[in-house]
Design a protein around this ligand. Sequence first.
Ligand SMILES: [Zn+2]
Length: 423
Amino acid sequence: MTTTADDDGPTFSHFEAFRLINFTFIKAIQAVTAPDLSPRERAEKLMRYHGDLLAAYGPGVPLPFSEFRRKLRGPMDGLLPPWLDRSQFDDLSFPVVDAEGCVTGNAFDLQWETSQLHRILKRLRRIGRMRFTEEQLQDEIDQDQMYEILKGRGDEQYVKDRTTLVECPAGTIEELNKRGLPLNAIRYYEAIPYHAVYRTWWFPCTVCQWPMKISKRMSAGREYYRVACLYGRHADTGASFMFWPTSGDAPVLHPDSPDAPAPHEAALFLGTGVAVPEAKPVEGHLALKRGVWRYTCVPGLHELRLHSVLRERLAATQTDVGEAVMLWPMSDAYDHRVEVKGPDGRSHVFTVDVKDYTHARVLAESLHRNEGDKGGAEWLVVPDHRADQIPLLTLTCDKYGMKVATMTDFAKRVCQSAGVRWA
Ligand SMILES: [Zn+2]
């Protein structure tokens, strides 16, 4: 496969090829590591993905089966054919799968983020020359269908249900039922993922409550386990622990030392709720699918926090703060709509989309293809820990009249317009 020009549209994108290749590798890795497959099922799946990959590589790029299997354990960059232009991506030297056979956060995010881009490209122009199977699109369809299910119950209920989803990425069936989620939404919960299970136990992340990943380590000849959230920022800021193996009892976690936020970012910092989580039984508990957790719950916590901080700070100066500060308004056209009156009586409106992408270049390309924000937001806001993405995103957003800021800088700006001091 090579880059070819279309008569009536943008050229065939390296992102599209990349997406297919990346997807195939991730599925192949899952086939290698999933504990519930028989050797025969495993072999069949691997052969199929090997074939898919050869088709995507195109003629002239050989990949024997043994090398394909070996590459699954290597870095992302090693999986790409020589003809694929790497300059459109950030660093690709990270591994696709970690020592426990779990797809790394970096690789998982890249797959999802390029999928979003793929959808945009597909909308712009039908892609006839590549085979995208149902399975390849399932994760994205899941996410879309879930929002449709939530939207079916009206705007006010939508905000409630989506908040519930963000706040409850795991729980017992009884707990989930009690929270009043629509029945159709419950099917996005699955058994606790095997990478998060120790014997019959799992541990919720102290920031997001989703099951933390467990990995076996050795120190001075002694075996121990590390427990950390798959979302790196949570692990770096408190959701990281260790425990010693046990013979029958539930293990007890000991915290690692977390990073602390800069003082001026403290208001929007997602700290940990409880210091050390207790082991929960795998039996009877469910957790959201990884994609839904990563792209609904993880950014959702930032969205909820921004919303509550703005409401709190603006309450004294705005006559109806409920109308002034809105979350997921107009059937979720964007994430926030804020309308404040300044001390001089002038009105200021801010429409915002929060973007929590790991790979800023992919986000920039998506914005470029959409010619700004799809829902028409004028502000693109990234969580504070993604401040290093601001220069690149500003370059793209400038072209489409959008402004870019970190969450704290944005909140400061809103408060300033309303004559409220940010301290
Ligand atoms: Zn977490």
